[in-house]
Design a protein around this ligand. Structure first.
Ligand SMILES: Nc1nc2c(c(=O)[nH]1)N[C@H]1C(S)=C(S)[C@@H](COP(=O)(O)OP(=O)(O)OC[C@H]3O[C@@H](n4cnc5c(=O)[nH]c(N)nc54)[C@H](O)[C@@H]3O)O[C@H]1N2
Ligand SMILES: Nc1nc2c(c(=O)[nH]1)N[C@H]1C(S)=C(S)[C@@H](COP(=O)(O)OP(=O)(O)OC[C@H]3O[C@@H](n4cnc5c(=O)[nH]c(N)nc54)[C@H](O)[C@@H]3O)O[C@H]1N2
Ligand code: SF4
Ligand SMILES: [Mo]
Length: 906
């Protein structure tokens, strides 16, 4: 067996692409003991955010998929890949190549992506290869392509540090790209004259470093940038020479911008922001050549996302603020390898290596390079169309790899119908239970982070190695290997001879360079002759990497030459549009969706970490307190959020210093059905897409909200899993020992029957008989049930008509260890603890409140207490409580507590 070793690799979460060091395991099981930042990696220079710092907690065998399965039966890899190859051959023979599709992910490696794309587009003959990146940055890609003729991110992270004005549009980087955000915050601390503007309908943690926050009306970003273009013209801050010599289409774009934004007053009204705030933005834009516009999902996830991207790019072209230090339109990518997917052409409207089907000569070039017998010649179906084609029976076999569409694609009911209708659903995943796996006919166990080996590209075009440091779990295999096996069984052995990711990478590098002659931006030809040893020790490098740029390329377009046919950039005339769905009487709230600090996507990985569970324990809908009061909704009580597409049932979040505006609500995207049965926000989002990019409008829905009444709230802690799926609401919260559920039941539920049933199922196999301790408060109706075995609690149940105030971490510490094994050797509970059990907290223990600093487990009540006692700065808070002194992810929240206190004092 391969021996675990210490090594450098890359964080598997966000597109910042931080370098990490997996420290040598010291325990006998070979478990990774710690993950630390790689000081030599140019993305993070040793820093890690809270998700990266807690990676080791996710490296457990907990819930891993161990063997391939066909129709629920464990089978060998050989049987599974035979079965898949035969079925693909049968359906493509009977119905044509387009009856097959891959649905991939920005979380597979470049080598995995390359092989999937080659098999489908070159050999099976279908361009039905799409990816979750369609939900993520498809609009940014089309925006760049329209303007530059290529999907080229012009900037580098350094530009964010050396610009004088940073406009962050639709990005909550403090939580979503934390290390980059900290780099920006540090640069601003050194040069306080550097201005930061945040454009976001919500006040977010990112606003902490903002000199100006524009809480614009949802979906109105294109108006902002039309105004900036028109004002640049009105105040003559144009780069006339650049416009004349390096671009086309300026006059038309300007004419539309002037039409859309006749004056600052008009735009202030459209955006619903203060005229004075908008004046400030305009002034700073006009006065500051060194400007970077940094944009993310608030821009991309829109029915007019591409236009919004081009509205931003237009402003940079008009002022010549591109290709120079500290300037440029910088689309930031979300996933660790969204960029790698773009590079291999892993989207349905791309062919390969930054060539499209429409690129002159590309089809012939790729056909010859791959020696492809059956090259697809036209665009395939984009994600949403793909799922619709599955429902209508056109796609009969889908291979889903490294993505969880039952949670992430809009309109969950449609996704479910599609998966049910499809004849063969193959899912490659690391985990056994996911919402999507429930619909799989074939499950293939994939190696996960720390086991898999290959390359990823971060948001600044930097290619880094993810290294296989730990041995693969059970029978899990690399995704490229699984695809290669199927290719062999379909008769394509000679085109898929790969024995290692190195061979795939050098072929990919060679294709990028093949007959390129400077025509295509993506070129890593200088890496095409890497030996295996050189590939294994590859240092992070920004593409293009060519004989002229052997050390990579920091900034693109410094020569003002683009990749359009005439080498000139294109202005695009933009007519701003509002979101398609408008609030009405029946659905009076705008629904916004996005991320929380400590969870990643559908929680199949971060959901394993008890530390990361602390920050945001349950799903929620955040609403403004005026709206909440009007609807009779109080903090933490259960509400139903619904529209014509579906519904969710989650607790309300009312009290917060970062608020949504009146008439708007925010729901996080993370909680899947297995963890919380009615919290998947995709249930509420329609499949409205941008016509150019196919990216769904995931940031915008319209909904209504109502309180759920006549409930009993419950907190259940148990040393083994309970079955709470019948509750009106439940959420499982990861603990370091045992399991905890927050639930809500119908007020008429017979609680003694409920708890006895739970215990009889959960502790069915226990030979030691237990006994009950019960308590009922006749005044308020609160009820407590404790089930003890040998005087040790193994399950505790607390119920109340209102939300419950308990010391949950103390309660869980009373339970048996995480293995839940009850033996004679366990020592019984103390008398004090027994007494305290009836109320739910011990008098002497400190109630920390909601955890804010996950690294040192510091809660909001401790922070508030320290502030009341005179602490005045983040540094003093750190001295006193340690919070904020490790990864720094909680610093914006610490500052908001300090600011809140100042406001109260005023
Ligand atoms: N903690 C954490 N970090 C992550 C991820 C994660 O799951 N968890 N996922 C990664 C991935 S794949 C991605 S794509 C990135 C996403 O990173 P971000 O785009 O920063 O994250 P989101 O929270 O989706 O959305 C950003 C902001 O867009 C705002 N917004 C909504 N509507 C509008 C609008 O009309 N205009 C403007 N200007 N803003 C609007 C929202 O209020 C929200 O604050 O995060 C990456 N990083
Ligand atoms: N409403 C709304 N919807 C959204 C968004 C939003 O902001 N709002 N954001 C969208 C965006 S930007 C994104 S990126 C998507 C993300 O949504 P998804 O891609 O669906 O989310 P993940 O949880 O990352 O799914 C990855 C799956 O792959 C598995 N996995 C991890 N590593 C590997 C591997 O190496 N190989 C294989 N085969 N499997 C692996 C994981 O266990 C998990 O099941 O959600 C999108 N959906
Ligand atoms: S910022 Fe955090 S999640 Fe993103 S790559 Fe770095 S450590 Fe990983
Ligand atoms: Mo994403």
């Amino acid at each position: 067996m391969m021996q675990p070793k210490a090594g450098k690799t890359t964080c598997p979460y966000c597109g910042v692409g931080c370098g990490v060091l997996l420290k040598k395991p010291t325990s006998i099981q070979g478990k990774i003991d710690s993950v630390v930042g790689d000081k030599e990696h140019p993305a993070n220079f040793g820093r890690l955010c809270v998700k990266g710092s807690n990676l080791s907690e996710t490296l457990t065998s907990d819930g891993r998929l161990a063997t391939p399965k066909v129709n629920g039966e464990n089978v060998s890899w050989s049987t599974a890949t035979d079965f898949i190859a035969k079925k693909i051959q049968q359906v493509t023979h009977d119905y044509g190549a387009d009856a097959f599709a891959f649905y991939l992910s920005g979380q597979i490696l470049t080598e995995d992506y390359y092989v999937a794309n080659k098999l489908a587009k070159g050999f099976i003959g279908t361009a039905n290869v799409d990816t979750n990146s369609r939900l993520c940055m498809a609009s940014a890609v089309v925006g760049y392509k329209r303007a530059f003729g290529s999907d080229t991110v012009p900037c580098s992270y350094e530009d964010l540090e050396c610009c004088d004005l940073l406009i962050m549009v639709g990005s909550n980087a403090a939580w979503t790209h934390p290390v980059l955000y900290q780099r920006i915050a540090a640069a601003k601390a050194l040069r306080p004259q550097m201005k930061v503007v945040v454009i976001d309908p919500r006040k977010t943690a990112t606003c902490d470093i903002a000199d100006l926050h524009l809480a614009i009306a949802p979906g109105t970003d294109a108006y902002v940038f039309s105004l900036l273009l028109a004002e640049s013209h009105r105040h003559d801050v144009l780069d006339v020479e650049f416009i004349a010599n390096k671009t086309d289409g300026y006059a038309d774009a300007l004419a539309e911008a002037i039409l859309a934004s006749p004056s600052i007053d008009v735009i202030a009204k459209t955006l619903k922001v203060d005229r004075a705030l908008l004046d400030t933005l305009v002034k700073w834009w006009l006065d500051t050549p060194k400007t970077v516009s940094f944009y993310s999902q608030g821009v991309n996830q829109s029915a007019t996302g591409v236009d919004k991207c081009n509205a931003i790019i237009n402003c940079h072209l008009a002022t010549g603020r591109i290709g120079k230090e500290g300037m440029g339109p910088f689309s930031i990518t979300g996933q660790p390898n969204a960029m790698g997917g773009r590079e291999v052409g892993g989207l349905a409207n791309q062919l390969a290596a930054h060539m499209d089907f429409t690129t002159p000569g590309a089809i012939d070039l790729v056909q010859r390079f791959w020696n492809a017998p059956n090259l697809a010649t036209e665009n395939g179906l984009k994600a949403i169309d793909m799922f619709q084609a599955m429902e209508s029976g056109k796609i009969k076999v889908i291979w889903i790899m490294s993505t969880n569409p039952m949670v992430s694609i809009p309109d969950t009911a449609q996704v479910k119908r599609a998966l049910e209708q499809c004849e063969l659903v193959i899912v490659s995943d690391c985990q056994e239970v996911t919402d999507t796996n429930a619909f799989a006919d074939v499950l293939l166990p994939a190696t996960g982070w720390s086991e898999k080996d290959g390359t990823v590209t971060n948001s600044e075009r930097r290619i880094s190695r993810q290294r296989g440091i730990l041995p693969p779990f059970a029978e899990s295999k690399h995704d490229w290997w699984a695809i290669t096996q199927v290719a062999h069984k379909m008769g394509f052995e000679s085109a898929f001879p790969y024995k290692s990711p190195h061979e795939i990478f050098i072929e990919h590098a060679a294709l990028s360079d093949f007959e390129n002659n400077g025509q295509r931006d993506f070129n890593i030809g200088a890496l095409k002759a890497l030996t295996k040893a050189e590939y294994d020790s590859l240092m992070p490098i920004q593409w293009p990497v060519t004989p002229n740029s052997l050390n990579g390329t920091q900034r693109m377009f410094s020569d003002g030459r683009f990749f359009t046919e005439n080498r000139r950039a294109k202005f695009i005339a933009i007519r701003p549009q509002k979101p398609q769905l408008e609030v009405r009487d029946r659905y009076p709230f705008v629904l916004n969706t996005g991320r929380v600090r400590d969870q990643w996507h559908t929680m199949t990985r971060t959901g394993k970490s008890p530390t990361l569970a602390n920050h945001t324990q349950e799903p929620y809908v955040e609403l403004h307190k005026t709206d909440a009061e009007r609807l009779g909704i109080t903090h933490k009580t259960l509400v139903r959020v619904f529209n014509e597409t579906g519904e969710i049932v989650v607790p309300a979040k009312v009290a917060s210093s970062w608020l949504v505006q009146q008439g708007q609500v925010f729901v996080p995207i993370h909680w899947n059905q297995a963890i919380s049965s009615k919290a998947v926000v995709s249930n509420l989002i329609s499949q409205i897409v941008d016509p150019l990019s196919g990216q769904p409008e995931s940031k915008h829905g319209v909904v209504n909200i109502e309180p759920v009444k006549n409930l009993l709230y419950g907190t259940l802690l148990s040393s083994t899993k309970l079955d709470v799926s019948d509750c009106l609401y439940h959420c499982e919260i990861k603990q370091s020992s045992g399991v905890r559920y927050e639930v809500a039941l119908d007020s008429k539920t017979q609680l003694d029957e409920f708890v006895r049933h739970q215990v009889s199922v959960a502790f069915m196999n226990e030979t030691l008989a237990g006994c009950w301790s019960e308590y009922k408060n006749t005044l308020n109706g609160d009820q407590r049930f404790v089930y003890l075995i040998k005087d040790v609690p193994v399950a505790v149940f607390y119920f109340s008509k209102t939300t419950i105030n308990l010391d949950r971490s103390w309660l869980s510490s009373l339970l048996l260890g995480s293995d839940g094994v009850i033996t004679d050797a366990i020592s019984p509970m103390s008398e004090t603890d027994k007494l305290a059990l009836s109320v739910g907290y011990v008098a002497c223990s400190e109630d920390k409140g909601q955890i804010v600093c996950s690294c040192f487990n510091v809660g909001e009540k401790q922070i508030q207490k320290a502030i009341v006692n005179g602490v005045e700065s983040v540094r003093e808070l750190g001295d006193r409580l340690q919070c904020g002194t490790n990864c720094g992810s909680c610093i914006p929240e610490l500052k908001s507590f300090l600011a809140l206190n100042n406001e109260v004092a005023l």
